[in-house]
Design a protein around this ligand. Sequence first.
Ligand SMILES: N[C@@H](CCC(=O)N[C@@H](CS)C(=O)NCC(=O)O)C(=O)O
Length: 207
Amino acid sequence: MLKLLGRITSINVRKALWVLDELGLAYEREDWGLPIRDPKVPEFLALNPNAQVPVLLDGDFVLWESVAVMAYLNEAHGGGVLMPKDAKARALAMQWVQWQSTEMGRHWVYPLNALVRKTPGFDDADRLAKSVAAWTQTMGIIEAQLDKGMPFVAGDSFTLADISITLGLHRWFATPIAHAPMPAAEAYYRRMAERPAAAPWLTAATP
Ligand SMILES: N[C@@H](CCC(=O)N[C@@H](CS)C(=O)NCC(=O)O)C(=O)O
């Protein structure tokens, strides 16, 4: 039985959960991650020395880093159906998976802590405004991509990239800031949200 360690409020855990559900796989989930259960304990650190979620357990195989977990689930348990077979198409899908993981989330940390999590110390209005401006600029990149008129972010089939990007858009729409209009992203998000496997992971519990 596959087992995923991580709290469902984490976007990185949600990536793995959506893949599991999209593939219709049976799995167990165990809550780990602050504030629910501190991962900085020997039991968890033995699995992931970074003290971060998600961690996937497949028998005695242990895997961390959400992108690696998504790719492994798809290849080992999904017959690869969530990535294109063609090398270039697959690379482009992976480009957006990685972009979400590194670039898309770079500027949302401050707004998320200030406005959603209400984390003490995140009360600098100038830093908040600068982060929102930088986040908005980054969002322009995905808006331009989605405005090309392809049905999915990386082409004509649903891939891991759609899971990553949709969860990134969820964070954007769920953060109470003045959202610059992004009509292509809004339309795409609504389409992705209709997928049965998406619904549980696009709920409001973003922190
Ligand atoms: N690069 C890692 C980042 C993982 C990460 O930042 N996880 C956060 C939750 S989104 C975490 O574990 N934070 C500590 C905690 O929840 O206690 C991945 O993609 O899996």
